[in-house]
Design a protein. Structure first.
Length: 158
């Protein structure tokens, strides 16, 4: 005997219903099994690394890799930010040759550099097996003045 979990009918001629306003969103689930009405409006920043005034020089590029697997766990967009202190501003660092490993291979189209904020935006557009790691690699040097700061990640919520 078949069991229907969901059923919907659209564009039925002659039937015009006003949109339904639901006050109890917390008792419904979306298509990804997340309970509606419980999502945070903003994800917290998570610090994943730090640097000090001796980590980078102005002449030599240093290659850094960050394993983001434990942070990039759902479909969505994430920002990896290099910040000087606690303020989200330019970090005093230069970046080149960034790369992203995701879905078991290179995913260069899934990363974008926002230079005015020293931020890399990662887009995860599909679910993947847990065995595939998400690794962000980049070459970094100090732009002019040696700085210290932190590297953080945050999931964007729209």
């Amino acid at each position: 005997m078949p069991h229907f979990r969901n059923f919907a009918v659209y564009n039925v001629r002659g039937v015009n219903l006003e949109p339904e306003k639901r006050e109890n969103l917390g008792s419904f689930y979306d298509g990804l099994s997340h309970k509606n009405g419980t999502d945070q409006t903003e994800e917290p920043l998570v610090e994943i690394s730090k640097w000090d005034v001796n980590t980078f020089t102005g002449t030599t590029w240093k290659e850094m890799s960050f394993n983001l697997t434990q942070f990039v766990t759902r479909i969505g967009q994430y920002e990896v930010t290099f910040s000087d202190g606690d303020a989200p501003k330019a970090s005093g660092l230069d970046f080149q040759d960034w790369d992203l490993q995701m879905y078991g291979g290179k995913a260069g189209n899934s990363i974008e550099f926002l230079s005015n904020r020293s931020t890399f935006r990662i887009t995860r557009s599909q679910q993947t097996l847990d065995e595939f790691q998400t690794v962000f690699s980049v070459k970094i040097r100090s732009s002019s003045v040696r700085t210290s700061g932190k590297v953080s990640i945050k999931r964007l919520i729209y």
